[in-house]
Design a protein. Structure first.
Length: 320
């Protein structure tokens, strides 16, 4: 097993194939079903697979006395177990998402030790989404407000510095830390410049590589990489990609992920008679994106699969 940055170095300039999967909703499917969905993509030899973590959500329940109560739910458990199963089944590195949201610092330290005991050496450090149904991010009491703070804690643990003690042993976790970036700006940032300052804070805190939010216009990625390099950010920048698979995604993806849809893509999908036609347009668009990105020399093509393999496979088989 290896760190993501080691996989990139060992590829010696060859573009890698990687994927992100989502744990199933609570009470649905089994680990066998999930692994069966991943298996078709293993023919493309992904060296690492990201597994998302989903923080708690809340329902507002009406009480008999006329008041309201916040009821905590958890819709997609199992990230750590899924990572372990993936590593043992497929002998590839699993990269769990580690969030600020829903964790205090003690929870984070415990989680990181659990991951280390399982032989997991890579993490994706993220602030995490705003807990539904609220509209403002609120950290758990004693937790981190920003991903840069989370990254700093992980770096401390890498150095043997824990919350309440320093380990004298020379053996301690040594995580490779990934983080997110937004070629089209994080939706909460007041400006591109402020968003870039936030990215710099994460890099300065010790982030080892970047994975971008999905985009459908490669020029957005190229401009973002150029800005990073001009400002001293020289760590690997992996483009995140999503294959548009239905007509509805033309509208829903920009709403959920705040990404622009190029006009040519929009016209092509709108002209499709049905979802099968829209999928053909989306696959071909992503194939051309990937070919151009490979020519540019990206370290990896990272696909947001939403735990569905068919469209990702259709693209990757044309590219790799």
């Amino acid at each position: 097993m290896a760190k993501v940055t080691e996989h990139i170095d060992n590829a010696k300039g060859k573009t890698l194939f990687s994927i992100e999967i989502i744990p199933p909703s609570k009470g649905s499917n089994s680990i066998g079903d999930l692994l069966s969905g991943i298996e078709p993509m293993m023919e493309l030899n992904p060296p690492f697979i990201d597994v998302t973590y989903h923080r708690e959500e809340y329902l507002i329940k009406e009480m008999p006395d006329g008041g309201q109560k916040e009821v905590r739910t958890r819709k997609r458990p199992g990230t750590v177990g899924i990572c372990s199963a993936i590593m043992h089944k497929f002998d590839v590195d699993a990269v769990p998402h580690v969030l600020c949201g829903g964790f205090n610092k003690e929870d984070t330290e415990d989680l990181l030790f659990d991951l280390s005991y399982l032989g997991i050496d890579n993490v994706m450090a993220l602030r995490g989404d705003i807990a539904k149904p609220f509209n403002v991010f609120k950290p758990k009491k004693g937790g981190h407000q920003y991903a840069s703070q989370l990254i700093s804690q992980i770096k401390d643990i890498n150095a043997g510095k824990y919350l309440y003690e320093e380990l004298e042993s020379e053996t301690h976790p040594d995580f490779c830390i990934g983080g997110a970036a937004y070629p089209e700006k994080h939706y909460e940032a007041q400006s591109m410049d402020i968003d870039f300052e936030n990215l710099k804070r994460k890099v300065d805190a010790g982030m080892d590589y970047i994975v971008t939010q999905m985009f459908f216009n490669n020029q957005k990625y190229f401009d973002f990489v150029n800005k990073c390099r001009a400002n001293g950010i020289n760590i690997p920048i992996i483009p995140g990609l999503k294959v548009l698979a239905t007509k509805r995604q033309l509208e829903i993806l920009p709403e959920l992920f705040f990404c622009d849809m190029p006009e040519d893509l929009r016209k092509g999908v709108n002209a499709a008679k049905d979802n099968a036609g829209a999928r053909e347009v989306g696959v071909e668009w992503c194939v051309q994106q990937c070919k151009e990105l490979k020519e540019y020399g990206v370290p990896a093509l990272h696909f947001y699969t939403m735990s569905k393999s068919n469209t990702t496979l259709a693209v990757a088989k044309e590219v790799f």
